[in-house]
Structure formats: structure tokens, C-alpha cells
Design a protein around this ligand. Structure first.
Ligand SMILES: Cc1cc2nc3c(=O)[nH]c(=O)nc-3n(C[C@H](O)[C@H](O)[C@H](O)COP(=O)(O)O)c2cc1C
Length: 242
């Protein structure tokens, strides 16, 4: 019996942060890119663009700015962009204009980009490569916009590294299915379930303290407070009407 995609790909997934210094053959790379292109896209709008960064000096600069060496080491580094610019261009080309749509389309652009990116990541992992999403570019959106020469009404969402793994990290835990999947209505959480969440997620750090991670990112004074402010400012600088 042939093995299904769950056991060959999803069950094996773990983010890879050390890569061998080799190129990905063109044939594999085009399969990965095409897998992304085949992703569904809301209303056929294609609200995403990906920038493949082949210039080593640009890679070096981004990796250093966000202090993530795997961005430099990986065979490929892709940056996914929320893109309303191309849509506006297409409309204007035919004498029409973009409506008052920026906020809603920005949300859907993030969905479109994530779908395309995950299709690429799954394809890459099915071919035996390792991947890692890079949200760290949110610490330097202005620099990314400058380095990649992004036009108005575009915003860099996240990166994706792809390459041949040079490490074999353990699989990281996930919250229990019962917390993630609700039936027919949103169901609130019991104390036991909240305790269980911290218990199952404990192995994610050496300290076995998942709260530290959640706090560091989403708590008061956490990374996302700074990002929250910066993202809004930069979106406005990029002429998003939000
Ligand atoms: C949107 C997004 C942004 C991420 N940003 C980073 C990042 O900047 N650097 C990094 O090393 N890993 C990053 N990751 C990887 C997560 O840390 C990882 O997926 C999570 O810890 C679960 O581990 P696993 O993928 O190995 O199962 C990111 C993942 C996602 C989905």
C-alpha cells in the first residue's frame, strides 16, 4: 500500500535552521515554485508576490540584520509580499481603479501568501528538503522594503528558507486537537485544558517553560507590541489606506 502525504510529509515536519551549502537543482526548484502558484487565491486576485533572493550580498545583509544565519546558509530564501500594487496596475491598465479595499484585501493577501508559501514548503519537504518560515523580517520591514525595492501597496509578510538539512532536530509539540478543533460552536477552555496546554508545550524549550516564549512574543513588552506599532506605521508609509 502506498504511504499517504501525512506520514511522508506532515508527520515528519520540523523547521530546519542548519543547511548544507548546496544548490537546489532547477527541476526541484520549479516544482516548488509551481506548487505555490497552484495554491487557491481569493477571487482569483493573486494578492501575493514572492521575491527569490539570489544576490548573496542581499542575503548577507538580511541575515545579519535579523541575526538569523539560516537565512544566509539556506539554498533558497524567498520573501512573500502582500501585493495590492499589481492589482491596482491591472485595473488602471484597463481604465479602472482600486476601490476602498485596502484593509480587507490586506487580510486576504496574507491568506493568499500563506497558502502559496505553505504549498511550496510542503512540496519542498516532500522532495526531502528542509524549510523554515522567517517572521523575523517583521523586525526590519523598512529595510526589507528598501533592499527589495518594494513599490507602494506592497508589504513584506514573512520569509521561507529551503535547503538540504544539516541537522535533525526533534519534532516540536502542538496544542491538543480538542483545543484547536471545536464542533459547531466556539467552546471555552476548562482550567484542566489550560494546564494541559502548558504541559504538552513544555518540551519546546530547554527550560520547559512555554509561558516564557508566549510572554516574550505576545505578552506586555513582548516583540509583537513593537511590531504592532511598526507594522501599522510602515503600512501607512506604503500607502495602505488603513
Ligand atoms: C509565520 C512564521 C514565522 C516564523 N518565524 C521564524 C523565524 O523568524 N525564525 C525561525 O527560526 N523560525 C521561525 N518560525 C518557525 C517556528 O518557530 C516553528 O514553526 C515553530 O516553533 C514550530 O516548530 P516546527 O516548525 O519545527 O514544528 C516561524 C514560523 C511561522 C509559521
Amino acid at each position: 500500500m502506498s504511504r499517504d502525504i501525512f506520514s511522508t510529509v506532515f508527520e515528519k515536519h520540523r523547521s530546519i535552521r542548519r543547511y548544507k551549502q548546496v544548490d537546489i537543482p532547477e527541476e526541484d526548484l520549479s516544482k516548488i515554485i509551481e506548487a505555490g502558484r497552484r495554491a487557491p487565491t481569493d477571487a482569483s486576485l493573486h494578492l501575493w508576490t514572492v521575491i527569490r533572493i539570489v544576490d548573496r550580498s542581499k542575503r548577507r545583509k538580511i541575515a545579519s540584520l535579523i541575526n538569523q544565519e539560516h537565512v544566509y546558509q539556506a539554498s533558497e530564501f524567498l520573501v512573500f509580499i502582500a501585493d495590492l500594487y499589481r492589482l491596482e496596475k491591472l485595473l488602471e491598465y484597463r481604465g479602472e481603479e482600486l476601490g476602498d479595499v485596502d484593509f480587507a484585501l490586506l487580510l486576504f493577501a496574507a491568506v493568499d501568501a500563506a497558502l502559496a508559501a505553505e504549498n511550496m514548503a510542503v512540496m519542498a519537504e516532500a522532495l526531502g528538503y528542509g524549510t523554515c518560515f522567517i517572521g523575523g523580517i517583521q523586525n526590519i520591514p523598512r529595510e526589507i522594503i528598501e533592499i527589495l525595492e518594494l513599490p507602494p501597496k506592497t508589504y513584506p509578510l514573512f520569509g521561507l528558507t529551503i535547503g538540504v538539512p544539516d541537522e535533525d532536530p526533534p519534532r516540536r509539540p502542538r496544542l491538543p486537537t480538542s483545543m484547536l478543533v471545536h464542533i459547531d460552536r466556539y467552546r471555552d477552555y476548562m482550567r484542566d485544558e489550560l494546564d494541559e496546554a502548558f504541559r504538552v508545550m513544555a518540551p519546546i524549550t530547554r527550560s520547559r517553560d512555554w509561558l516564557r516564549i508566549v510572554k516574550r512574543y505576545a505578552g506586555r513588552g513582548g516583540y509583537f507590541e513593537d511590531r504592532n506599532k511598526k507594522i501599522r506605521e510602515v503600512l501607512r508609509e506604503q500607502y495602505f489606506n488603513i
